[in-house]
Design a protein around this ligand. Structure first.
Ligand SMILES: [Zn+2]
Length: 67
């Protein structure tokens, strides 16, 4: 992300950077990963039904999305 210029006057500016969904860090629902208590890297996968899902790159558990 580009750093904002220092010393700028005015209100806070929030920048919503477009993020590749596959790079978003999520908490894995898998118990073992959950114990680690930190976000896991995900990768996308396609189910047998052709549904696009996200899976934990660590354990392969499906991570449901809020979309
Ligand atoms: Zn996991």
């Amino acid at each position: 992300m580009r750093a904002t210029r220092q010393g700028q006057q005015g209100g806070r500016v929030s920048i919503e950077a477009p993020m590749d969904a596959s790079n978003v860090m999520l908490i894995c629902p898998n118990g073992e990963c959950e114990r680690a208590n930190r976000p896991v890297r995900t990768r996308s996968a396609v189910t047998d039904e052709g549904r696009k899902i996200r899976v934990c790159a660590k354990c392969g558990a499906e991570i449901p999305t809020a979309e």
